[in-house]
Every structure is written in structure tokens, then in C-alpha cells.
Write a protein that binds this ligand. Structure first.
Ligand code: IPE
Ligand code: IPE
Ligand code: MG
Length: 251
């Protein structure tokens, strides 16, 4: 019997279908330890991490990565010191302003996932602005997870579905996996094929819980501020050797 692959988050086929649809998601971890190893403040590690992110985005076309989703701030990261949280928030704003021209030129479509409501209105306005400015781009899809938690995203999607049912727009029995997918922040994006986590931690930390159901995982000891496109290339070469079965059997 032919095995069916699980449905993917985005059913839409993007233009330029001959191009790769590879989706790599990255848990950019280890900035604090990188700085600590040098007796520098943690924010210096975050700044270096932002540079590494920029380099990776620029390298995506050569690496064959069409979709890159990066975890920048989790719903749990608010528990850090006010200094670190504010430092990160201002880094996100500066990154958008500084990178806007380059991102547009390189054909990058930028999106944000996560709950924006508690963020500073100025930062939210920057998110809206860069999303609109790059909405027509299709060469690389960069999605940045800020105030993102997989459980929180599922909770918000469930609320949104419940509201549609309560409004009589949808029958409860008609709710499918595709309905949930369409209510997630990632609606329109394919599921990640590969999730990479740096810094030697082998956990998911609430990242893309719904979407990464069949993703491959790679855990590397490299700290994020030391991560280069060459390291990603090595990981992708190894990923190419893996065989994804989606619950089926070898044919
Ligand atoms: C990842 O690096 C970046 C964020 C979570 C914002 P960390 O800040 O978690 O670095 P470590 O894990 O403390 O080294
Ligand atoms: C995950 O890293 C979140 C981001 C990379 C943004 P954390 O450092 O916050 O995760 P834990 O605390 O090690 O699980
Ligand atoms: Mg960490």
C-alpha cells in the first residue's frame, strides 16, 4: 500500500516551484555562554548572534534553504533580567532597521511569529512595516519567532477556532488538522524539514511543537555566535543522507 505523507502546514505552492522548498528551523542557543566564556556581558553574545543570523540568511540561496525560521525570544525568556530582555528587544528593532534595505534587495520575505500583543508598540510597528515591505518577495522566507511558544501558539489557535465555531462559521465536527494549521501563526508556511539546535542542549524548548511533528533534529555543540554557513552546509549534507519515513515503511 502506498504510504501517504502527512499534510504539510502550507498547502499553497509558492511561485518558482522549481526552486527548493527546504525549510530549516534553528534554535539559536548559546549566546550567553559564548559571552561568559570571554567575560563579556550577555548582550554582546546576542549581538554576535544577530550577525550570525544575518550571514545565514544571506547564505540561504547557496545552501538551498528557501524557508528559514529562527527562534529569537521564547515566551519563557521574559524570566530573564530586565536588562537582558530590554537589550534583546532593542536589538530586534535595530536589526530590522539596519537590515531592511539588504533584506529587500536580497528578495527576502520577512515574517514574525509569536504573540505580539505584549511587545512595545514601536517594535510591533516595525514588524508590520517590514512584513508589508517584503510581502512580495519569494527568494528566501525568513520567519523570526519572538515571544513565541509552541503551546501558546496552539492555545491561541484553539481560541480562534473556538470563536469561529461559536460564531456559527464552522461546525465542531468539521475541525481538521488543516483547520488548526490554518489558525497557527505559521499559516501559509510549509512544515520544517529540519530543526537545528546549537549549544549542545538536546531539547525542543517549546519551538514549533505542532509544525515539527515529522522534522529531523540535529543538535550541535557549537554555540550560536560561532555558527557559520559552512557548519550549516555540513549539517545539510548529513541531513541529505537521512531517510524520512513519515510513519511508513521502506519501499
Ligand atoms: C539564545 O542564547 C538566545 C536567546 C534565548 C534569546 P541564550 O541567551 O539562551 O544563551 P545561553 O543558553 O544562556 O548560553
Ligand atoms: C530557547 O533557548 C529559546 C531561544 C533560543 C530563543 P533557551 O536558552 O531559552 O532555552 P532553555 O532555557 O535552555 O530551555
Ligand atoms: Mg539558552
Amino acid at each position: 500500500m502506498k504510504m501517504e505523507q502527512p499534510e504539510h502546514c502550507g498547502e499553497e505552492v509558492m511561485p518558482g516551484s522549481e526552486a527548493s522548498r527546504l525549510h530549516v528551523a534553528v534554535i539559536m542557543d548559546g549566546n550567553g555562554r559564548w559571552a561568559k566564556n570571554r567575560n563579556w556581558p550577555r548582550i554582546v553574545g546576542h549581538r554576535k548572534g544577530a550577525e550570525r543570523c544575518r550571514e545565514l540568511v544571506a547564505a540561504c540561496p547557496d545552501l538551498g534553504i528557501r524557508y528559514l525560521t529562527v527562534y529569537a525570544f521564547s515566551t519563557e525568556n521574559w524570566s530573564r533580567t530586565t536588562e537582558e530582555v530590554l537589550g534583546l528587544m532593542s536589538l530586534f528593532g535595530r536589526y530590522i532597521k539596519r537590515e531592511a534595505a539588504r533584506i529587500k534587495k536580497e528578495g527576502v520575505r520577512m515574517r514574525f511569529i509569536g504573540d505580539r500583543t505584549p511587545l512595545d508598540p514601536k517594535l510591533r510597528a516595525l514588524f508590520d512595516w517590514i512584513e508589508a515591505e517584503t510581502a512580495e518577495n519569494d527568494r528566501v522566507h525568513l520567519t523570526v519567532a519572538i515571544n513565541y511558544g509552541g503551546r501558546d501558539e496552539i492555545r491561541r489557535a484553539a481560541q480562534s477556532v473556538a470563536r469561529a465555531v461559536a460564531a456559527g462559521e464552522l461546525a465542531a465536527d468539521a475541525v481538521t488538522n488543516a483547520t488548526i494549521t490554518a489558525h497557527m501563526d505559521t499559516a501559509g508556511l510549509p512544515d520544517p524539514d529540519l530543526v537545528v539546535r546549537t549549544s549542545g542542549e538536546s531539547r525542543v524548548s517549546n519551538f514549533l511543537l505542532w509544525q515539527a511533528a515529522y522534522a529531523e533534529y540535529v543538535f550541535t555543540p557549537v554555540l550560536w555566535p560561532d555558527f557559520t554557513p559552512e557548519i550549516m552546509k555540513t549539517i545539510l549534507d548529513a541531513y541529505g543522507q537521512r531517510e524520512r519515513r513519515f510513519g511508513g515503511v521502506l519501499t
